[in-house]
Design a protein around this ligand. Structure first.
Ligand SMILES: Cc1cc2nc3c(=O)[nH]c(=O)nc-3n(C[C@H](O)[C@H](O)[C@H](O)COP(=O)(O)O)c2cc1C
Length: 199
């Protein structure tokens, strides 16, 4: 548990070895995810981010439908490796699917024509911020997570299975759960190549 932002930012990592023993109650996890998304900024306060939170068997169902879609496109000889990887994701406690509401984006484009080209870009920024906020908020609770992208392959199944409106565009999928094994070392590029400071 961290009590300052940069320590928490360092604590947040991509954790692949996840389990189902959440360190806090499911309701706390749900409220944490909702509040992180609520508090995330968005262009013109448009609040374009949407989320589907899946727990327990619903989370496993997501990975089963992903597996069936992948079975159609992954060569048979490499499917076992793919399927084993999905077993690892299904072993987590739950997942958050992040969407951006395209009706909100279109509405803004109509209302503020001068910025029309920017609203889809800002919507992408908003989902990134919302995803990072959730990732950090989960890390603060001692919950591990990793981010996956099986969209658009799974979009239609997700819409059908959880009655998701068509205007919600799936942007990413975050598995979360208890931390079974920590993340490995992370390399950082040279600051000299990355930052310019003038003063
Ligand atoms: C926009 C974005 C997309 C990513 N997509 C994936 C992904 O599809 N699958 C995956 O395993 N990790 C994905 N990651 C995780 C990155 O690989 C990871 O954040 C990076 O290696 C740094 O490691 P860290 O998260 O432990 O700091 C993504 C991260 C970001 C920010």
């Amino acid at each position: 548990m961290s009590d300052n932002f940069l320590a928490l930012a360092k604590q947040r990592r991509t954790i692949y070895a996840l389990g189902k023993d959440l360190p806090v109650a499911e309701d706390v996890v749900i409220e944490t995810i909702k509040e992180a998304i609520r508090q995330a900024p968005s262009a013109f306060n448009s609040q374009s981010s949407r989320a589907l939170i899946l727990l327990g068997k619903e989370h496993v169902k997501f990975w089963e439908l992903t597996r069936e879609q992948l079975r159609k496109i992954v060569p048979q000889e490499s499917f076992k490796a793919t399927s084993d990887k999905l077993d690892g994701f299904a072993a987590a406690a739950g997942s958050v699917l992040f969407f951006e509401d395209q009706d909100v984006v279109k509405g803004l484009q109509e209302q503020f024509a001068a910025y029309a080209d920017n609203f889809p870009i800002w919507s992408e920024h908003s989902t990134g911020i919302a995803q990072y906020a959730v990732w950090l908020a989960l890390a603060e609770k001692g919950i591990g997570a990793n981010l996956q992208h099986y969209n658009p392959l799974v979009d239609a199944d997700v819409q059908r299975s959880w009655n998701i409106p068509e205007n919600w565009k799936l942007r990413g999928h975050m598995n979360f759960g208890s931390i079974v094994a920590p993340a490995g070392e992370k390399a950082f590029m040279d600051d000299d190549k990355r930052f310019v400071v003038a003063r």
